[in-house]
Design a protein around this ligand. Structure first.
Ligand SMILES: NC(=O)c1ccc[n+]([C@@H]2O[C@H](COP(=O)([O-])OP(=O)(O)OC[C@H]3O[C@@H](n4cnc5c(N)ncnc54)[C@H](OP(=O)(O)O)[C@@H]3O)[C@@H](O)[C@H]2O)c1
Length: 246
């Protein structure tokens, strides 16, 4: 299957690098606004085809994926329309809808490392997209009403997880670790927590019980998080970007 990715920035670039690592380099054609971006990408992913002409790049494709900024979607579709015919057009642009787009997808930047959590809106050809994004991590087909929630939890969620990690690092530095050590400790702790949940299937609260001695020190820290309204802050953070803010 020939895939053309239009736009090779943070997201488009991550998708291309992820698919290249999955062995799809020779199936990939990529465009960008500037040659510099394409040169950088070819260096990272030898074997891909690059060009500056979106229309030309669309010609030989089975799937065309739009990864330009939301305000450019309409203009790019106009440009490639003559070559689109019955090709599958997938868009990852946040909050942009267009009658010509067949499938809306919301991956995250960890696609580059095969660890994306991608949401795909229910549609006739959603399965084709789910297979493609499945090569870049986990993909989940959801009804339209859950796309925003998926975007906040996973697309933007990576940034929120980074903030938690940074907060742990800063605490670690205040207690005496060098920043690099604090970062490594925070990452390993986070990875341990995720692995534990994956392998046991435990609810997080049940996992918390396993490290919380009555009258001990873990509960003191947990209660501090509650006093600071940590749960509420996270929930509000996730809901802040919903278009209807419900
Ligand atoms: N970043 C994320 O984590 C994320 C997550 C999910 C979805 N998205 C969606 O992904 C889309 C792209 O976001 P981004 O963060 O990757 O933006 P970005 O880093 O600014 O990348 C945009 C890319 O589009 C290229 N471009 C601009 N005009 C073009 C044109 N006319 N034809 C072809 N390519 C063109 C740019 O080329 P140059 O590099 O040469 O300027 C650049 O490579 C957005 O719609 C966003 O909503 C992003």
């Amino acid at each position: 299957m020939k895939i053309t990715v239009i736009g090779a920035g943070n997201m488009g670039g991550a998708l291309v690098k992820g698919w290249a690592k999955a062995g799809l380099s020779t199936n990939l054609t990529v465009t960008a606004r500037t040659q510099e971006t394409l040169d950088r990408l070819v260096e990272a992913c030898p074997g891909i085809t690059t060009m500056l002409d979106n229309k030309q790049a669309t010609k030989g494709a089975d799937v065309v994926l739009l990864a330009v900024k939301p305000w450019l979607v309409e203009q790019v579709i106009e440009e490639i329309k003559p070559e689109l015919a019955d090709k599958l057009l997938i868009s990852v642009a946040a909050n942009v809808r267009h009658e010509r787009i067949n499938v809306y997808a919301m991956p995250n930047i960890a696609a580059e490392f095969g660890e994306s959590m991608t949401f795909i809106e229910e549609a006739e050809q959603a399965n084709v997209a789910a297979d493609l994004f499945g090569k870049l991590g986990q993909s989940k087909i959801v009804p339209q009403r859950l796309m925003d929630a998926g975007m906040m939890m996973a697309g933007c969620g990576i940034a929120y997880v980074m903030r938690f990690l940074r907060a742990m690092m800063e605490g670690g530095v205040e207690m005496g670790f060098y920043p690099d050590e604090a970062k490594a400790i925070a990452m390993q702790t986070m990875q341990g927590a995720v692995t534990m949940l994956r392998q046991t299937g435990l609810h997080p609260e049940a996992a918390i019980d396993k490290v919380t001695t009555p009258g001990g020190i873990t509960i003191k820290g947990l209660n501090e998080l509650d006093h600071a309204a940590f749960n509420s802050a996270v929930i509000r953070c996730l809901k802040a970007g919903l278009s209807n803010n419900k």
